[in-house]
Design a protein around this ligand. Sequence first.
Ligand SMILES: Cc1ncc(COP(=O)(O)O)c(C=O)c1O
Length: 387
Amino acid sequence: MAQMAAEGETPEILFWVGCAGSFDQRAQKITRALALILEKAGIRFAVLGAEEACTGDPARRSLEIIRRAVENGETIGALTERFIGFMHEDERALGVQAPDREPRATQYVPQMHEIIAALNSFHGRTLFTVSVGGQPKYSDGFGPKIQGITHVPYNDLEALKAAISDKTCAVVLEPIQGEGGVLPAEKAYLEGARELCNAHNALLVFDEVQSGMGRSGELFAYMHYGVVPDILSSAKSLGGGFPIAAMLTTTDLAKHFTPGTHGTTYGGNPLACAVGEAVLDIVNTRETLDGVKVKHQQFKQRLEALGKQFGLFEQVRGMGLLLGCVLNEAWKGKAKQVLDAASAEGLMILQAGPDVVRFAPSLVVEERDIEEGLARFERALSKLANA
Ligand SMILES: Cc1ncc(COP(=O)(O)O)c(C=O)c1O
């Protein structure tokens, strides 16, 4: 008999273990086993960095939390409560899963079906998200394209004003364009977007898959701007390397998500939610968030100095620990070359398009790693500049 109950309580019968599960209460054993495996392997908290994952205090703390969460059977409910808790002031509530879901939430009024997104944005690789994303290189070759999506230049309020109408159901923006070149939104732009959405009864959607969960130095980047979206998507760091995504929305909007309208096979996976809680415990503290801000300054100053010294990039931009070095005219299109040179020195960095070298280190990266990493970057730039 499928049963899950506390001691002394009448067991419930579960006839809905779901397509991904073959077991009933024995699933708890499986999740415990998984937690044990994670513990033994040293869960790879991408957001924290591999070293801390194996040895550091955050890893031990997080594993404790995972164990506790799994053993107590705390799942999606607990994670949801946490989100509602910290977003209470903004009247947030939580649904689950990533950006692909947003437009469905907004498309129940047939005459309001148009979506406005930003050129150069990135929202993922499903047919819908490549269509909303403003980079043809990701959508070319797939079709027929989703209709009703318009792209406007980012940080251009006039262009948004010209495009929005009473047919617009949603404006989808990244508060910091990540893949598109580590470009933060201007405050007036997001404020203006909020006002335009209010005036046209459209939803403002922030994709915080990359900018969220502490990366900007606040839990979510919107918190820097004081502009609250109607819908926010989170993923990546939410699981610290473990797959989980969440969609947060307002209490008002959440009421429209009736059972069955919004579901997915793995939604509310207990282990993923426990990991999400563990990540929140570590990231959503002043210690971590303020640390990100301090480290931002360190990186920015050093990178700017290196930019001047070697004459490769003209600007260092970004927020928190998401920084982009914008290559100058002479080096435009050569971000990959910089990455390769860094890699040859044993430093792994990213690019954000062909013209921007991207830094997104661990949120708890240690002082000595910052020093050593930047010393390696300096050597790489020196070799490139003198080649
Ligand atoms: C802003 C943004 N949204 C969505 C995604 C897509 O996330 P996933 O690859 O997990 O679907 C990414 C991935 O880089 C992203 O940066």
